[in-house]
Design a protein around this ligand. Structure first.
Ligand code: P6P
Length: 351
């Protein structure tokens, strides 16, 4: 029989946030933020889980600022997150993959944080029942955002940029919620990485993976090898070598690639190894977005003792120039990522 922990002893995410606030008073502000984010993620989990039944699969018939066909679930999950953050009284501005500009979601007088997110990363996989996820990052506001009625649209978008275009090092919190065979919420506030699993019986995220840490090395590399003819030479050499056990680890590596960042990052966090989306001849800056994909995931990986790099420099040092900047990224076990940097440095070239 499945033994469930004594209900009185369950460490739910809500309880965890309360208990941590005693250790770190600044968590006070994160409590309501995490309350609204977990509510939004539970709603999105239900929508994703029943998409095939409720007819929520497929295109929404619109194209987002990325020029990508928006899925119904993209639009819905974006609205759910904005709605949830609206009433925390803690969040002034959000930036989303689905929004052209940063959005003021709260009268600025109450705001303290800027939340950036990809509401449903990998949404094109939902129809095939493959893992998808919500990725979020939280920055402190650097300046007061004025109210929209005081500014016209363009000015509004620009003046909030000062709050939004911050380097990963400024993140005060980051996390993801993965919608897969089970629903996992993984978060960091700069004091390590905590993993929670949604218990559908009680509708709560329960602490199942306290203090997640990456092994120094793994046995998995995770990249889309369909792009390898256009990869930098150093990366091609690296993958060739680790396939044959000729890398520094001295063992062969296996290839695992889900094609959904949250799924590939979560597996990397759990088993070690390296996930990458490199730049190539066609995509000079790679494909993944710096602000709301690469930076939050890099914060988590670094907090788990791993490394996150463009192949040449630390992701968390990068200053975005626009909300939707892309960046090449390699993240995961420290020594594996460092080894990729060494191969890339040896063959440093303009792609
Ligand atoms: P490719 C999903 O579309 C996504 O944005 C990430 O979740 C994923 O890591 C990447 O793109 C996959 O891209 O080109 O390998 O299909």
């Amino acid at each position: 029989a499945i033994s469930r922990p004594d209900p009185g002893k369950i460490m739910t995410l809500t309880r965890y946030m309360l208990e941590q606030t005693r250790l770190y008073p600044e968590y006070q502000d994160f409590e309501s933020l995490m309350g609204s984010i977990q509510l939004a993620c539970k709603s999105i989990a239900m929508l994703v889980g029943s998409a095939g039944i409720t007819g929520l699969v497929g295109a929404a018939g619109a194209v987002n600022v990325q020029g990508e066909d928006q899925k119904k679930l993209d639009v819905l999950s974006n609205d759910i997150l904005k709605g949830a953050l609206q009433y925390t009284g803690r969040c002034g501005v959000v930036a989303s993959e689905e929004e052209p500009h940063p959005v003021l979601v709260e009268e600025a007088y109450m705001s303290k944080f800027v939340t950036v997110f990809d509401p449903l990363d990998g949404s094109s996989n939902v129809d095939a029942g493959i893992a998808t996820g919500t990725i979020f990052g939280v920055f402190k506001e650097q300046e007061e955002c004025m109210l929209p009625e005081q500014l016209d649209g363009d000015l509004m978008a620009n003046q909030c940029l000062g709050n939004t275009l911050q380097p990963g090092d400024n993140l005060v919190a980051a996390g993801y919620c993965m919608y897969s065979s089970s629903v996992h919420m993984v978060i960091t506030f700069g004091h390590g990485v905590q993993g929670f699993t949604l218990d559908p019986e009680i509708g709560e995220f329960v602490l199942t993976h306290p203090n997640m840490t990456l092994p120094r090395r793994g046995k998995i590399y995770s990249m889309n090898e369909g792009n390898s003819p256009d990869w930098p030479e150093g990366l091609r050499q690296y993958v060739d070598d680790v396939k044959q056990g000729k890398g520094a680890a001295g063992h062969k590596y296996s290839a695992r690639y889900i094609g959904s960042m949250v799924g590939d990052v979560h597996r990397t966090l759990m088993y070690g190894g390296v996930f990458g989306y490199p730049a190539d001849k066609k995509n000079k800056n790679g494909k993944l977005r710096l602000l709301y994909e690469a930076a939050p995931m890099s914060f988590i990986v670094e907090q788990a003792g791993g490394k996150a790099s463009t192949g040449y420099e630390r992701i968390m040092d990068l200053h975005p120039k626009s909300v939707h900047d892309r960046t090449p990224i390699f993240l995961g076990s420290y020594d594996d990522v460092e080894e990729i940097e060494q191969y890339m440095a040896k063959h440093k070239e303009e792609i």
